[in-house]
Design a protein around this ligand. Sequence first.
Ligand SMILES: Cc1cc2nc3c(=O)[nH]c(=O)nc-3n(C[C@H](O)[C@H](O)[C@H](O)COP(=O)(O)OP(=O)(O)OC[C@H]3O[C@@H](n4cnc5c(N)ncnc54)[C@H](O)[C@@H]3O)c2cc1C
Length: 458
Amino acid sequence: MERKKFIKQTLLTFPALYLGSSWLFSSCKKDDETQTGNWRGDVIVIGAGIAGLHASKLLMNLGLNVTILEATDKTGGRIRALSGMAEYDIQLGAEEVHGKNSEWYKLVTSTPGVTLHIPNGEDYYFLNGNLKSETNWAGDSVLAQAQTFVAAATNYNGAEVTVLEAEVAKGNNPANFNITNALIGNEYGTSNSRLSIKGITEEDNLWESGDDNYNLKTGSYKDVLNHHYSGVIDKVILNNAVVEIDYSGEKISVKTKNNQTYTADRLIITTPLAVLKKEIINFIPALPAEKKAAISKIGMGAGMKIILKFKNRFWDAATGSIIGGTNSVIIWTPGLGKSNTPILTTFVMGEKAEYLSNLGSDATNVLLAELDLMYGGNVASASFDEVYIIDWTKEPYINGAYSYPVVGGGIAQRIQLAKNVGKKIYFAGEATNYKGHSATVHGALETAIRVVNELTQD
Ligand SMILES: Cc1cc2nc3c(=O)[nH]c(=O)nc-3n(C[C@H](O)[C@H](O)[C@H](O)COP(=O)(O)OP(=O)(O)OC[C@H]3O[C@@H](n4cnc5c(N)ncnc54)[C@H](O)[C@@H]3O)c2cc1C
C-alpha cells in the first residue's frame, strides 16, 4: 500500500496541513511502553510473518524456549516476492517502507545488498475518459476537488460515516470518485464505501513513523528476513496449520492440521485478522465476547496485485502511478528508477478486488482493455507478454489484504483485540497495532515488541 502518499502529493497545495500533522507526530510521547519482564517459560508462536518472526527472535534472545508453527510452506507471510519476471524481485505483498522512524526501516537499511530510494515518478490521472499527467491536469476543477477531499480526509470532524458517504454529503462530483477511491479506500485496503472516515482520521493522528515512502532500489525484503531472522527461520515448523488452541488447563495445548500436539505455558497468535474472523482456529474455551466483538468490528477484505509484463513500454518513462481506472483502481511502475523491463503492478482492494477475484484469470483481459482505453487503440493488449496474479483473499491462511477501520469500529477495537486472554493467549500482528501503524510491516513488528514486553511480565 502507499499510505501517506496522498499527503505527500498534496504538499505543495496544502503546506499548512502538512506542517500541522508533522508537528502532531513529533509531539507524541512514547511513555506508555513497557520493557521486558522476568517471566520465563515455554512459548508457542503461531504464524511466521514479520510479527511472529520478530516476537520469536526477541523471546529467543531472552533465552525462552519457543516453538513457531506456520501453516504454509514459507515464512514471511504478507512479505513475499516474485522472482524471475524481472531482473529484480517484484514485491507481491508489502512493497514500500513507510517512513524512517521505525525498527523495520533500520532492519531494511542495515541489510547487506538492500538499499532504498524514493523514485518520485509522475502520477497520471484517468478522469472523464482522459489520461493525463498531474502537470497536464493543472487547473482542472474536478481533479482539484478530488485532491482537496483526499487531503482533508484524515482531518475529518463530522458524523461517523464511510468515506463515500462523506464525499456524497459534500456534493462532490461523482466523476472523481474512482480517484478518491484509489487514493483513500484502496490505500487503506478496501473501498471508500466500506472505510470509516473518522477511523482513518483517528489512525492518521497517531502516525509517527514519518511521511516519506521508500521503495527497494536493490535487494528484496526476503534478504532482510534472511539476514536478520536466520536463527528464527531455521526453527519455524512449516506446513503445520494450527486448528485448535485449548487453554482451559494450566498448560496450553495446540493441535495442528497434521494431528500433532504442542504444549506451552503462554502463546502468541499472529495470524491475520481474517483468519480469526473465519474461525479457522477453534479456541477452548471460546474467546471472550469482547474479543469476538473486536474481531468483527475491524475490517479486512479482498486485496490483490496483478503484475503485467509487456513487450514494450507504452507509458511515459517517468510514470509513477496511473490513478482512477474503473477496475484497475491504481497501477504503478515497480521498476521505476531501477529497471527498464516494462512491468506494471495493479493494486486493487475492496469491492474491485472482489470483482476481479471472481473473474480469476479473466481479470487480465479486463485490465488490458482498461489500459487500451487509457492509452488508445489496442496498445496494451498488443504488447502484453505475461501476467502473475496474487490474490491474497484466496491464500487460505491470509484470506484478505490488511485491516482497516469500519464505521462503528476504531482504535478502541484494536486495543481490545490486542488484550491478552488470561495471561495465556497473547495477540500480535498488524491488526493489533493501536498506535496508528496497523496495515504496515513496521506496525506488525511493533506489535511483536509490545507482546513480548507484555508476555514476559509475571
Ligand atoms: C498487497 C499488499 C500490499 C501491502 N503493501 C504494504 C506496503 O507497501 N508497506 C507496508 O508496510 N505494508 C504493506 N502491506 C501490509 C503488510 O504486508 C502487513 O501488514 C504485514 O506483513 C503483516 O505481518 P503480520 O506478521 O501481522 O501478518 P502475516 O505476514 O500475514 O503473517 C501471519 C502468518 O500467520 C500464518 N498463519 C495463518 N493462520 C495460521 C494457522 N492457523 N496456523 C499457523 N500459521 C498460520 C500465515 O500463513 C502467515 O504466515 C501490504 C499487504 C498486502 C497484502
